[in-house]
Design a protein around this ligand. Structure first.
Ligand code: ADP
Ligand code: ASP
Ligand code: MG
Length: 404
């Protein structure tokens, strides 16, 4: 008997009809003789709606209370889906992250799964039940509900698949696989039959929303057999694995991220220890910084610019301003109308000229590059937010359009 983990995203459970559709997929998997462990997201835009509700009451609500609120969305989905399966006469139980002992560490609103107590789920599976678990949530050391970051239900699914040594972890969503870029932006994007964990991790980390980046990190670490499939059409999706067939284009895809901002610390002294003071303070405040550029400005001073999630700007500015005297800078500038566009591909390690090809595409589209940042298998550029969609189209077209 195989154990299959199936995760269904928000659009796949958005209304009664979609929940019935999901229940049908789960039922088929169960009736085929498998054990089925299911993770569900909140219905449709529920999480966004809950955030809006909170803002009406208190725009500065604590992260603890936000987690308490947002975790309720997933609980609605599992209960409704369990009712649909009950209606089909199938044995089923729905359980929250707390009930199944998904233990988390780290900050509220962005916690990590530390361990999963196997007892409760195992007991239910042994009773031949279909087990539905609320995604996106766990419980921390002090017994509080925490959430895993936006899109985190994918990570709940992979963590469960790893903990229970599942034979397969299927991520069901509203597209039928991973594409060379977001098919909603570029209709000509190509579906990838397979992609490596490393490429998928880079794409997800650079804004390809189709998978939560930490889910891919976990899948790689625990060798989880993972695939992205459509919940609406039954056809092969994309396998995410250690080694994948190399496409002749050398890159796997193009991603864009508009959730970032840039802060410039202007007029810092040209002396040792300045970068350390800035980034040590941000690190202590739990703020993740991405691209960093230090530019030599006037004779004795320089500027340090860095990108960070838009959601962390307020906190970063507060921390830096509070420490203005010890860092010694002139002023801060914040730019939040920026975007990052990235190309990702293991093939670029061995192929010269890939970055140049990307820059040429941007030049031809008359798009100005503000910052460049690379890894072994990625090139990212920072551009104006208004240029982001055109940039994705131009770069995608350069690598994937009109060839042969
Ligand atoms: P779910 O609610 O199922 O978790 P998400 O909205 O989080 O679904 O992710 C699916 C969406 O990801 C798609 O609708 C698509 O617009 C977007 N997306 C971004 N990049 C890609 C990509 N490279 N391949 C496929 N989908 C992508
Ligand atoms: N409901 C959560 C969100 O919207 C988690 C998820 O969908 O994966 O971010
Ligand atoms: Mg998602």
């Amino acid at each position: 008997m195989k154990l299959i983990v199936q995760k269904f995203g928000g659009s796949s459970v958005r209304d009664a009809e979609r929940i019935r559709n999901v229940a049908g997929i789960i039922a088929d998997t169960y009736r085929a003789g498998n054990q089925v462990l299911v993770v569900l997201s909140a219905q449709g835009d529920t999480t966004d709606d809950l955030i809006d509700k909170a803002k009406e009451i208190n725009p500065h609500a604590s992260k603890r209370e936000m987690d308490m609120l947002l975790s309720t969305g997933e609980q609605i989905s599992i209960a409704l889906c369990a009712m649909a399966l009950e209606g089909m006469g199938l044995p089923v139980v729905s359980l929250t992250g707390w009930q199944v002992g998904i233990r988390t560490t780290g900050a509220y609103s962005d916690s990590r799964i530390n361990k999963i107590a196997p007892d409760r789920i195992q007991r239910e599976l042994d009773k031949n039940k279909i087990v539905l678990v609320a995604g996106f949530q766990g419980v921390n050391r002090v017994g509080d509900v925490t959430t895993l970051g936006r899109g985190g239900s994918d990570t709940s699914a992979v963590a469960l698949a790893a903990a229970f040594h599942a034979d397969l972890c299927q991520i069901f969503t509203d597209v039928d696989g991973v594409y060379t870029t977001d098919p909603r932006i570029v209709p000509g994007a190509l579906k990838l039959p397979e992609i490596t964990y490393d490429e998928m991790l880079e794409l997800a980390s650079q804004g390809a929303q189709v998978l939560h980046n930490r889910s891919v990190e976990l899948a790689k670490k625990y060798h989880v057999n993972m695939e992205v499939v459509s919940s609406l059409e039954r056809k092969p999706g994309t396998k995410v694995k250690e080694v994948a067939k190399m496409e002749k284009t050398n890159i796997a895809g193009v991603a864009k991220d508009t959730s970032i901002a840039r802060i410039a610390v202007v007029g810092v002294e040209h002396s040792p220890g300045v970068a350390f003071r800035v980034f040590d303070l941000l690190g202590r405040a739990n703020i993740n910084v991405d691209a960093i550029i230090q530019s030599i400005g006037r004779e004795s001073s320089k500027d340090i610019s860095f990108t960070l999630p838009k959601a962390d700007v307020e906190e970063a500015v507060k921390v830096l301003e509070e420490n203005k005297e010890s860092i010694r800078f002139d002023h801060l500038t914040v730019e939040d109308k920026i975007a990052k566009v990235s190309i990702v591909g293991a093939g670029m390690m061995t192929t010269p000229g890939v970055a140049a090809k990307m820059f040429e595409a941007l030049y031809d589209a008359n798009i100005n590059i503000q910052m460049i940042n690379t890894s072994e298998i990625r090139v990212s550029v920072l551009i104006d937010e208004g240029d982001a969609v055109n940039a994705v189209r131009a770069v995608h077209d350069k690598f994937f359009g009109g060839e042969d």
